[in-house]
Design a protein around this ligand. Structure first.
Ligand code: PLP
Length: 216
C-alpha cells in the first residue's frame, strides 16, 4: 500500500477522538510530502536536527511533534516552531524548555513522558516521581511550559498482557490527574500496539512504519 492509502486507511479506522501523529523519522522529504498531500498535518520526529531541516523545507501549516529523547542543548533549535514535545521526562528539561520558550515569547505544550515499560532502556520519568510531580506544585515554576498530557511507550514484546498492563497504568495516572491538571492528551500506541492503546483510552497514536514502511 502507498503512504497515501495508509494515511486514508488510518483516518478511517481510528475513532474521531484519536489524533494520528505520522512518525516520519529517517524518511525523506518526498515521503512526508506525500503524506501531507493526503491531508496529514501532524508529523513526529525523534531528532531535533532532522526535524528542523524538514520544518525548513516543508509547508508551514505542519505541526511538528518531538517524540524522541531531547538533550537540553538542542531545545533552543526547535523552540521557535515545535508544536508539542512528547518526551518531557525530567525537570532539567522542563527548566530549559521554559527558559528558551520565554526567550521567544511562547508557551510550549509538552507531555510528561512516563516510564511504563519494564525494559531498562526506555526513557521516561518513573511513575512514582511523575505522580509526585503532578501532585505537587513544582510545575508552576515553569510558566512557559504547559503540560497538556502524558506519553508512554510500552515494552517491545509479543506479550499482549504485559503491554495491556502498562497502558492501563498510564491511563489510570491520566484519569487521576485529568481534571486537576487539565490534561487533554494521552499519547500511547505505535504501529504494533495502537489498537490496544486505543482500547485503553489513548487519544494520540504515534505511527511510523505502518504508514511509511519499515526503517533501515
Ligand atoms: C519511532 C517511534 C514511534 C513509531 O514507531 P513505529 O513502530 O514505526 O510505529 C513512536 N513513538 C516513538 C517515541 C518513536 O520513537
Amino acid at each position: 500500500m502507498s503512504i497515501k492509502e495508509n494515511i486514508i486507511q488510518f483516518q478511517k479506522e481510528i475513532p474521531d477522538k484519536v489524533t494520528l501523529v505520522a512518525v516520519s523519522k529517517t524518511k525523506p522529504i518526498s515521503d512526508l510530502q506525500e503524506a501531507y498531500d493526503s491531508g496529514q498535518r501532524i508529523f513526529g520526529e525523534n531528532k531535533v536536527q532532522e526535524m528542523s531541516e524538514k520544518w525548513e523545507q516543508l509547508p508551514k501549516d505542519i505541526q511538528w511533534h518531538m517524540i524522541g529523547h531531547v538533550q537540553t542543548n538542542k531545545v533552543k533549535q526547535m523552540v521557535e516552531y515545535v508544536s508539542l514535545i512528547h518526551s518531557a521526562d525530567r525537570l532539567k528539561l522542563f527548566k530549559e524548555i521554559n527558559k528558551q520558550a520565554a526567550q521567544v515569547d511562547r508557551t510550549i505544550d509538552v507531555l510528561l513522558q512516563v516510564k511504563i515499560a519494564q525494559e531498562e532502556s526506555k526513557y521516561g520519568m518513573p511513575i512514582q516521581e511523575a505522580t509526585a510531580l503532578l501532585d505537587g506544585n513544582q510545575l508552576d515554576n515553569y510558566p512557559n511550559v504547559r503540560v497538556v498530557g502524558l506519553m508512554g511507550m510500552a515494552s517491545f514484546t509479543d506479550d499482549t498482557n504485559q503491554v495491556d498492563t502498562e497502558f492501563k497504568m498510564l491511563e489510570s495516572l491520566f484519569i487521576r490527574f485529568r481534571e486537576s491538571k487539565n490534561l487533554k492528551i494521552l499519547s500511547m500506541g505505535m504501529s504494533g500496539d495502537y489498537e490496544l492503546a486505543i482500547e485503553n483510552g489513548s487519544t494520540m497514536i504515534r505511527v511510523g512504519s505502518a504508514i511509511f514502511g519499515s526503517r533501515k
